[in-house]
Every structure is written in C-alpha cells, then in structure tokens.
Design a protein around this ligand. Structure first.
Ligand code: FAD
Length: 470
C-alpha cells in the first residue's frame, strides 16, 4: 500500500464509528488509514441498518398515508398500489449514493482506504487480507477498533435470509408476505415489522419479556404499543420461541409461554429474528495482544476509549454503551481527539434514542422508572399532541411529550416524545440537557408557531406549573 510508512492511526472498520473517526483524525492532522472488509464504507448503518430501513419506512409510510389518510385531507388518487421493486431500487440507490459519498470524503480528507479484513498482529501492527487477493501489513502508532456488531443468532431459529431472515434479509425480502412473525420487540423489529404491516402483511411480534422496547419509559411504551395495535400489529408478549422450521414457502414456529405452559405452533410466510446484536470481533486477533472481551462479548475501554493495551483504542457497537450510529460517531471523534492530544469526551447520559415508526418515539435521559429506582426526588410534566395546533392542523395528533425533572432544581433528567417527527424534535431536549438546563428554561424560550415543538414548550410548562393549552 502506498504509504508503507507508519500511520498515526489505523482504523479497523469503516462504519459510522470508524469512518467518522478516520475523517476527524485526518482533519486533526493525523495520518490515517481505514481498513474495511465489506467492500463498501458506512458499516452496518449505511449498508444494512439505519439508512435502508429508513428508506423503506418512508416509502411504506407514504403508501399507508395515501391508503388511509389522503381522503380525509381531500386528496384523491385513482387506483393506489405499490411497486416493491421500485421501493427496493430507491433504497439501494440511497445506500450506494451515501456509501460512495464517504469514499469521496476519504479522498478529500486524505484518508487512505484499504479494502480488506484486518487482523491485529501486535500493539502497532495490523495485517490486512486484501479483498483483491494477497495481504499487506500496516504499521500504526495507534490502532482504533471499530468493528461494530452482528445479529445475535437465536437457538432453534436458523436464518436462511429467505423466509427466516435477520434484519439484513428483511431489508430485501422477495416481496410483501401475507403473514410475518417478528421475534423480539426491540426497535429494529418494530421498525421492520411496521414496513410490512403498512404494505398489508399481518405482523405478529413475539417477545419473551412482558413488554416491548425494554428501555422505554413505561407510560410512553403503553401508549406506543396501543398505537401499533391500532395500526393492526399483533403482540404475543411473555412468549418464548422454541424453534422455527422451514416448510416449503412457509415457516412453522413452536412457541410457549415464557413462564412455562403449553406449547403451540404458528405458521407464517416469513419470520424476522430480531433478538439483539452482539459485538463483531471475528478474526480480529485480539488474543495476539491479550485483549479479552467481557461476558457480553464487548471490548472494555477506559474513559479515553483505551483498551488494556495503551496503543489500541475501541469505539462504537463493539464496546459497552448504546448500540447506535450517532453514539459510535461521537466515540470516534473523541477517540481521535484524544490521540491528537486534545480533550475528547462523550456524555452517554445525553445520547438520544429514536424509534422510526409512526408515530416516532424519541428520548434522552432517564425513564420515570429509572428515576424512581435511583431514589431521585423528581417531578413530571406532560403535554399531548392532541392539544398542539400544528398536530391538529395536519391531523397527526397521536402521542405526547413528557419531561422528568429534579423536583428541587428542576434540572431535566429525561425527556420523552412520542409523536410525529419526534426524532427531529428531540435535539432541543438533548441540547438543553447538555447545557444543564431546567424545564423552566425551555418553558420560557420562545418557540415558533404553529410547530410541533410547541408541545415541548408546553410539556416543560406543565413540569414547572401549568401549560396554556390543556
Ligand atoms: P458498524 O456499523 O457495524 O461497522 C463496522 C464495520 O467494520 C463493518 O462495515 C464491518 O464490515 C467492518 N469490520 C468488522 N471487522 C473488520 C475487520 N476485522 N477488518 C475490516 N473491517 C471490519 N442506529 C441508529 O443510530 N439509528 C438507526 O436508525 C438505526 N437503525 C438500524 C437498523 C437496523 C436494521 C440495524 C441492523 C441497525 C440499526 N442501527 C441504527 C444501529 C447502527 O447501525 C449501529 O449502531 C452502527 O452501525 C454502529 O456503528 P459501528 O461503526 O460501531 O459499527
């Protein structure tokens, strides 16, 4: 490879953690090489995660709106249909445009891109098995592990990516099945389930716990599940899947109550296994440098993203913390800032989470249950979108904003938004928390009218005292 000279940092993995770290490192004046084995940059997020799922969520949402709501808006369409192949193409075009865009950014920022699988050979050495054959050895002052995650397999449910699919297969199914079971009620399963539900599939979510999305505030979760149920999604909670067996063009599932009881079977067209993700460390060569993953298979790091080997750092989905693209990016920036001798830090208390269903659910900080469990003296304030003028104007009124703040100081501990565009609204709350704001600060800030964001202001007013419009 071109340089042959020692790099300041060799990044292993070109996902949102790795590619952002590589660009930022180069911008800070470091000599950076990024090694990626999948043949395109952007990692899970761009290739088989965030981006393609949002493309399909958008297409299916538009179809659903046209089918269910256009009439009420006074919009008439002739005969309505969808073109699955075109939806797939639009998704694939979005993905390839973005992944190629990162290659362009690498060139612009002078990041060297090595296509191949990297193996750590020593504290300062990475061997790459090149995609076009052969191998090369890179010498690095620092190594940054950003190898991300993979789908956690489920015992008894062998994925064939045709009828028994992971999220990856679910992004490019043969078409819209009539019936689908989603195993696991986390955000990925609910998002992909929503896509097919909107296009006419009967989707049943089978979840081991007695509730969906375990990290969600209980009150919001209940409202959210009610909304998905209203859209036609079915839920089998407290239910364990023992096995899934392919039977021609369908799949037979054996399930039983999680607490024990009679077994039963379900036959559906497609099963989506969405029971979590785990760090991907295969072939990375951690043994050669004495790094042992923890019980959850994650690489432990200190507050500076350093592993037990001082020259080796790790970020993103392969270390503890929320497995989200924006968290991986923040980790990546902080890690290279530290390598460049600057202060880098990520506040995990203010990493937002978003479920891109409709309505969306976005949050930052604590749930009410967590505040209670931590023994905090807190208060809450809520405001329903039903009382927000913009939501009423566009007839999209499901959901609410909820704040949890410290009873004495009024400092924001958590913010929850279930509603239209919640993901675009949550940054206000993130910023407020980053600045140590109180709900009163938000309540006193002028918000544009008529906007959905006024529901945030009114929920803040409700936390301090009373909102105007309810
Ligand atoms: P990854 O994106 O997994 O990237 C790691 C890269 O490293 C991969 O490209 C891999 O090929 C490469 N690699 C691994 N080992 C080696 C090696 N030895 N040598 C060379 N290359 C290697 N997150 C959000 O924030 N918002 C969302 O809306 C969202 N939606 C999602 C939807 C789905 C269906 C899925 C599956 C995930 C979604 N996520 C979402 C999660 C998000 O994709 C991950 O949190 C994010 O991609 C993690 O980034 P990363 O850089 O740590 O790892």
């Amino acid at each position: 490879y071109a340089t042959g000279e020692q790099q300041d940092v060799v990044v292993i993995g070109g996902g949102p953690g790795g590619y952002v770290a590589a660009i930022k490192g180069a911008q800070l004046g470091l000599k950076v090489t990024c090694v990626e084995g999948r043949g395109s940059l952007g990692g899970t997020c761009l290739n088989v995660g965030c981006i393609p799922s949002k493309a399909l969520l958008n297409s299916s949402h538009m179809y659903y709106e046209a089918d269910k709501h256009f009439k009420a808006y006074g919009v008439t369409v002739g005969s309505l249909g969808y073109d699955w192949a075109q939806m797939q193409k639009q998704k694939d075009d979005a993905v390839s445009g973005l992944t190629k865009g990162i290659e362009g950014l690498f060139k612009k920022n002078k990041v060297e891109y090595v296509k191949g699988w990297g193996t750590i050979k020593g504290p300062n050495e990475v061997e790459v098995s090149l995609l076009d054959g052969g191998s090369t050895t890179l010498s690095a002052k620092n190594i940054l592990i950003a190898t991300g995650s993979e789908v956690t397999p489920l015992k008894g449910v062998p994925v064939d990516e045709e009828r028994i699919v992971s999220s990856t297969g679910a992004l490019s199914l043969y078409g819209v099945p009539k019936t689908m079971v989603v195993i696991g009620g986390g955000y990925i399963g609910l998002e992909m389930g929503s896509v097919y539900q909107r296009l006419g599939a009967q989707v049943t979510v089978v979840e081991f716990a007695d509730h969906i999305v375990p990290t969600m505030d209980g009150e919001i979760r209940k409202a959210f599940q009610r909304s998905l149920t209203k859209q036609g999604m079915k839920f089998k909670l407290g239910t364990k899947v023992n096995s899934a067996t392919r039977k021609g063009d369908s799949v037979v599932l054996e399930v039983e109550p999680a607490k024990g009881g009679d077994k039963s079977t379900m036959e559906v067209d497609v099963v989506l296994v969405s029971a979590g993700r785990r760090p991907y460390l295969t072939g990375l060569g951690l043994d050669s440098v004495g790094i042992t993953p923890n019980k959850r298979g994650q690489i432990e790091v200190d507050s500076h993203f350093r592993t037990s080997v001082p020259s080796i750092y790790a970020i993103g989905d392969c270390i503890p913390g929320p497995m989200l693209a924006h968290k991986a990016e923040e980790d990546g920036v902080a890690a290279v800032e530290i390598m460049a001798g600057k202060a880098g830090h990520v506040n995990y208390n203010t990493v937002p989470s978003i479920v891109y269903t409709h309505p969306e659910v976005a949050s930052v900080g604590l749930t009410e249950e967590e505040a209670k469990a931590q023994g905090l003296d807190y208060k809450t304030g809520k405001f329903a979108f039903m009382a927000n003028s913009r939501a009423r104007a566009v007839q999209d009124t499901e959901g609410m904003v909820k704040f949890i703040s410290d009873k004495k100081t009024d400092k924001i501990l958590g913010a929850w938004i279930m509603g239209p565009n919640a993901g675009e609204l949550i940054p206000e709350c993130v910023l407020a928390m980053e600045y140590g704001a109180c709900t009163e600060d938000i309540a006193r800030a002028c918000h544009g009218h008529p906007t959905l964001s006024e529901a945030i202001k009114e929920a803040a007013m409700a936390t301090v005292d009373k909102p105007i419009h309810s």
